[in-house]
Design a protein around this ligand. Structure first.
Ligand SMILES: C[S@@+](CC[C@H](N)C(=O)[O-])C[C@H]1O[C@@H](n2cnc3c(N)ncnc32)[C@H](O)[C@@H]1O
Length: 216
């Protein structure tokens, strides 16, 4: 009776899905804070985008799965900065910022923490809070992608990498075209850890071509 009152059918479905999900189990076993850690692991296994001394900016980092993966792969000479609207519990070898990535002040804080170093990788797993209106959610997801890319253009090293999650909906095609101008290779990925029923996809853009220097 109590359980019935506490959990709606959809949250019960969610709990049973989580209990069966191999990535949830693996995240727990490997002490990752989120199953999404495996999305970055799988993208990295395919493209080798994270190296020892890298400077990595992780946008939309809470609760910290991607930041954990990045921080354990870079050495102490590397630098990982995770940023999110939500607070993130400390992660060894990572600097964390709470703030809205869409705000110039948040991007400036990231830039200051980079301490004049350029980034090897800017990645974004940012997702808007869902409204239930797919087109509106898609538009907000693309706004987050655009913002991450505009920031990446200012901080990436030549040859650097950009990874961004997007919600499918149509306009990602234009965003992909923009990536194709700025990077030598652009791939669209749906890692195995990304749930089949979700409309998310990931752009992996390799080999940043600096055309015109952009500054913070
Ligand atoms: C799917 S979660 C990220 C999970 C994370 N990659 C991990 O492995 O733990 C998406 C995150 O994007 C964040 N987010 C959405 N909009 C944001 C914004 N404007 N600025 C910063 N973070 C944002 C949300 O707060 C949320 O924590």
């Amino acid at each position: 009776m109590f359980l019935k009152r506490c959990y709606s059918t959809s949250s019960k479905n969610w709990l049973s899905r989580q209990a069966k999900d191999p990535y949830c189990k693996a995240a727990k076993a490997n002490q990752y804070r989120a199953r999404s850690a495996f999305k970055l692991i799988q993208i990295n296994d395919k493209y080798r985008i994270i190296r020892q001394n890298d400077v990595i900016i992780d946008c939309g980092a809470a609760p910290g799965g991607w930041t954990q993966v990045a921080a354990e792969k870079v050495s102490e000479k590397g630098l990982v900065i995770g940023v999110d609207l939500l607070p993130i519990d400390p992660i060894p070898n990572a600097l964390l910022i709470q703030g809205n990535f869409l705000k110039a002040s948040t991007q400036r804080s990231i830039y200051e923490k980079m301490d004049k170093r350029k980034a090897n990788l800017v990645c974004s797993d940012m997702a808007p809070s869902f409204t239930g209106n797919h087109l509106a959610d898609h538009a907000r997801s693309m706004e987050l992608c655009e913002s991450a890319l505009a920031f990446a253009e200012k901080v990436l090293k030549p040859g650097g990498t950009f990874v961004a999650k997007f919600l499918m909906g149509g306009t990602e095609v234009e965003f992909r075209r923009k990536l194709q101008i700025l990077f030598t290779k652009v791939k669209t990925e749906k890692p195995d850890a990304s749930r089949k029923q979700s409309t998310e996809g990931f752009f992996v853009a390799l080999g940043y071509k600096v055309s015109k220097e952009k500054h913070m």
